[in-house]
Design a protein around this ligand. Structure first.
Ligand SMILES: Cc1cc2nc3c(=O)[nH]c(=O)nc-3n(C[C@H](O)[C@H](O)[C@H](O)COP(=O)(O)O)c2cc1C
Length: 158
């Protein structure tokens, strides 16, 4: 059931993000495809984090996170941010700082700086709602796409 469910859910194509936080002077980050928009006014987003993730406590304790929407060229970086220590994940990765001081991946198609706005326990994940405090986007580059466990890039069909 679990493998079949995973396979079925993987048919839903998503973008790919790296979500960062900064707590007690250390950067944390993980790859995330569950990011989504919720509300425009006020601006609210969400994503879900595995309850066992090492990023959960730093996010809850620091009270915020920053979403970098990855560009089509970022597939290696996406894999880097789901393995290794957090220090290793950021090694040799070009970043800038959002107004919050949290890391933004250079070349990201868009980024959103968010104050943690609610936590909803949901099975083996927690849904983290975020109030968007600052954001930016580039309209002239393609985002990375994830579907059926593979990375790709957006292509128009018509
Ligand atoms: C494409 C992709 C999407 C992912 N999406 C999520 C997600 O939405 N939520 C999550 O908790 N983990 C997600 N992961 C897994 C985490 O990136 C990975 O388990 C995590 O970084 C492991 O380290 P941690 O436990 O130290 O956070 C995803 C991984 C990949 C490759």
């Amino acid at each position: 059931m679990s493998r079949e469910l995973r396979n079925a859910l993987s048919c839903f194509a998503t973008g790919v993000t790296v979500i960062t936080t900064r707590h007690q002077g250390q950067d944390y980050g993980l790859t995330c495809s569950s990011f989504n928009s919720v509300s425009l006014e006020p601006a609210i987003v969400l994503w879900s984090i595995n309850s066992t993730s090492s990023s959960k406590a730093p996010i809850l304790e620091s009270g915020g996170y920053t979403v970098s929407v990855l560009a089509a060229e970022h597939s290696e970086l996406a894999m880097k941010f789901c393995n290794n220590s957090h220090e290793e994940r950021f090694r040799d990765v070009a970043i800038s700082r959002a107004p919050s001081g949290r890391a933004v991946i250079d070349g990201a198609v868009a980024w959103f700086d968010c104050d943690l706005n609610g936590v909803i326990a949901a099975g083996d994940h927690d849904i983290l709602l975020g109030k968007v405090t600052e954001f930016s986007s580039q309209q002239n580059s393609d985002g990375l796409v994830f579907a059926r466990s593979r990375f790709g890039r957006f292509g128009e069909v018509a």
